[in-house]
Design a protein. Structure first.
Length: 334
């Protein structure tokens, strides 16, 4: 079945236009009906857009109307969804966000019980059920409740993952894009010992990604060039992508960050089988990994891994190669 609404990263559009409350209700209902459990438990989180509360309420109503127990996790970065799904044993999670898009846009993407995004076939099946005339469950409709403590659960998991990373004495500047990371990102860096200053941490519902964050680095670069910080990081609105700026104000893009992490983990014997990247990753990255003897798996954007040995995509000349040198100010991933 071909998908019409779902793209590479869920259903997106202008809130109130394409992405209406009615559509959110139907998506919540259809996704709940498609879930394998008889009475699914559904987690819903969102970013800071002003339309997020409307869509959260509508999606939750649709899911509850189909018999689900809906837990509202509040404002959290997208990576929190798969973590909380596994931790709490949810059958489904929905993230309401349009990532790096302007505030007027919004989106809904789903994660399955295993923490992975839904397959194309499952999304197509949800679309096919959008207009189903479904009778209320015979044993009662679902409930909608707030799930308290999700932010602390996410922070605790991050702290455990990076417990060996000592940032005492480091000065870090963060740009949270007035988005979903505005509370958790500064807190985790502080828990690891860093001195943290933050920009883009005053969301008002409309300023998300507005001249800030990973798509607008001018403010972060200017702050880094003052010479008071060791490293800076800029997140996008839903916190699933990040760029770095070093102590001189030079931008370090995602390919370079992944290369740094892969090389460090390989040196410490903790890399595992290799590294997975999308088709958008530049040729310089692949060259650096080949020279280091690191296997690379390739996935389409929002899709499954490309099988080993499959041809790599051609990369446009405009993309930068991964540079062989990086200043020691960049903190290693431990």
């Amino acid at each position: 079945m071909a998908r019409k609404l779902f793209g590479t990263d869920g259903v997106r559009g202008v809130a109130g236009d394409l992405l209406t409350a009615d559509l959110a209700v139907r998506l919540g209902r259809a996704a709940t009906l498609q879930a394998a459990a008889e009475h699914p438990r559904v987690l819903v989180i969102r970013d800071t857009r002003e339309s997020g509360e409307m869509l959260e309420a509508a999606l939750a109503a649709g899911a509850a109307g189909a018999g689900a127990e809906v837990l509202l996790g509040g404002v959290l970065p997208t990576p929190a969804a798969p973590l909380l799904v596994r931790r709490y044993g949810f059958d489904l999670a929905a993230v309401i966000s349009a990532s790096h898009n302007p505030f007027a846009d919004n989106g809904i993407k789903f994660f399955a019980a295993d923490g992975f995004k839904l397959s194309d076939d499952t999304e197509a099946a949800i679309e096919a059920r959008l207009d189903d005339d479904v009778a209320p469950p015979t044993d009662g409709i679902g409930r909608i409740r707030a799930l308290h403590g999700t932010q602390e659960d996410y922070l605790r998991a991050l702290h455990t993952r990076f417990t060996g990373l000592d940032l005492h004495g480091r000065r870090v500047l963060l740009d949270c894009a007035h988005g979903a990371t505005y509370r958790v990102a500064p807190e985790i860096f502080r828990r690891l010992g860093a001195h943290v200053d933050v920009i883009g941490d005053q969301p008002d519902g409309r300023n998300i990604n507005d001249g800030c964050g990973s798509t607008h680095l001018d403010a972060l670069v200017a702050g880094m060039r003052e010479g008071r910080y060791d490293v800076g990081f800029a997140f996008d609105g839903d916190g699933d992508r990040v760029l770095a700026v070093d102590g001189t104000g030079e931008i370090v893009d995602g390919d370079e960050l992944i290369a740094l992490a892969a090389l460090h983990l390989r040196t410490s014997g903790r890399l595992g089988g290799g590294v997975a990247v999308t088709v958008m990753t530049n040729y310089g990255f692949h060259t650096a990994m080949r020279d280091a003897g690191i296997e690379v798996a390739i996935t389409k954007v929002g899709g499954p891994l490309r099988p080993r040995g499959a041809a790599r995509p051609r990369v446009g000349a405009r993309r930068r190669a991964v540079r062989p040198r990086h200043r020691p100010r960049l903190l290693p991933v431990r």
